[in-house]
Design a protein around this ligand. Sequence first.
Ligand code: GLC
Length: 549
Amino acid sequence: MTDFRKSVIYQIYPKSFYDSNGDGWGDLKGVTEKLDYIQKLGVDYIWMTPFYVSPQNDNGYDVEDYYRIDPRYGTMDDFEELSREAQKRGIKLMLDMVFNHTSSRHQWFQKALEGDLKYKNFYIFKKGQEKGVPPTNWESKFGGSAWEYVESFDEYYLHLFDVTQPDLNWENEEVRKEIQKIVRFWMEKGVKGFRFDVVNLISKGEYLDDHEGDGRRFYTDGPNIHKYLKELNETTFGTDAEIITVGEMSSTSLESCYRYAGEDEHELSMVFSFHHLKVDFMGNEKWVMVPFDFKKLKKILFDWQTHMAQHRAWNAVFWCNHDQPRVVSRFGNVEKYWKKSAKMLAAVIHCLRGTPYIYQGEELGMTNADFTDISQYKDVESLNHYQILQDKGLSEDNAKRIVQIHSRDNSRTPMQWNSGGNGGFTQGSPWIGCNKNCSWINAESQVEDEDSIFTFYKKLIELRKQYDIIAMGDFEPKAQEHPAVFAYKRYYEGKQLYVINNFYGNEVCWDAGEELEGYVCLLGNYDRQEIKDREVTLKPYETMILYKE
Ligand code: GLC
């Protein structure tokens, strides 16, 4: 059985990873060409975001055909080659499965629109409350109503995301059977991991107006969700002990995650939750400009660590993905302590109890996009909200500044391979602009450099393989009330790991409340071998991973 606790997963957004044929789009051959780089980092799995046939309104999360590869990414032969070449290097593939919705161009939806009742029942069509009033007041996650009117039926269909992403009706057993078929198809291709997109939204509850919010409480962690996940597990990936799974859980609760990722629940191996990445929101409102709340960040991560452990459930741990701003721009300090802060943030995540995910370019300390004009943005969510913010009365400039902070495109700019044109991503013209800082942030300059962010990530991965305590240890929060220190301990078979971090750019003094003598420093971002006292002065963005047998 694969021990996913000891694994590290590297996320690839193929469209922005490496373009092998000069059309400005990353492709599967491009991933194959860069496998040596990924192997060098030392990861066990590659999670690939969707490369299926898609009109790309949501960059592939709008799937038109689950069985075919979008020609812009390559062919099935390219996929099989990638799979073989990855396997040679001891790397397994994890695919992204988008089953909350399809693209409106999917043949199921096309047939539904033609009035074929079998397929109409694959989706969620409802009558309006009255003329011009949708069935409920729910909002789409990308802005606006979650319902779209179809005149020929005088009915609306539900789309929790873009209007071109109609939600599937999981209540319909035929839908579930089709989905099982898709998962088995990719299992037969040798895929050993699956990431299920917004999977805790698949079971809708009652269709009622939400007088307190945007409707999410009616469909998040819905009434039949555990039944559906158990069924999917039993009929597909659960039959292969080698396969690992992760569910993307939107606005979920701890209680639900005990079950989604519980050791004996037979649902999923682990979960992504996002509460720790909403500490620069105002409540649930993402499109605002507020500084991040450090104490809240710490409390959320600590709560998830301790409670998931108590319930024998497993976390995916991460800062970055294709929907999040770059962490070094978000919680670090690019101007003054770029390298130090990127390393500190890496250590914080990689020593937690959970399976760490690295998003392409994170291991280089890639930063947010440097776009100055709104026309440089491509993401549907960003563009919708840019408009919504102005409709609410914000100036163009303020709306743009908010987009610059929160846009998902911050993570979607091309991977920076070298300091050449377009960061070495493409010989052509890239589908989205490359950050000019590829002149100094790039793979070529870091891979062989002992002091680079890349090498630091590599060492973190090595530590996980070498010291069982990182994967297996119990978790204890430390310095809970401290305004700058992020510290915790891990315990395993009489050994101790002490992870101490300064989250800010000033020196801070911290009293650990216990002797720190006797620990050796396994890894840090300053030159520190050991600590003599219980009191320690931490340098700006200092991190240290201490260990005692
Ligand atoms: C997930 C994906 C995101 C996508 C959304 C709808 O959150 O990560 O990129 O837009 O689901 O599929």
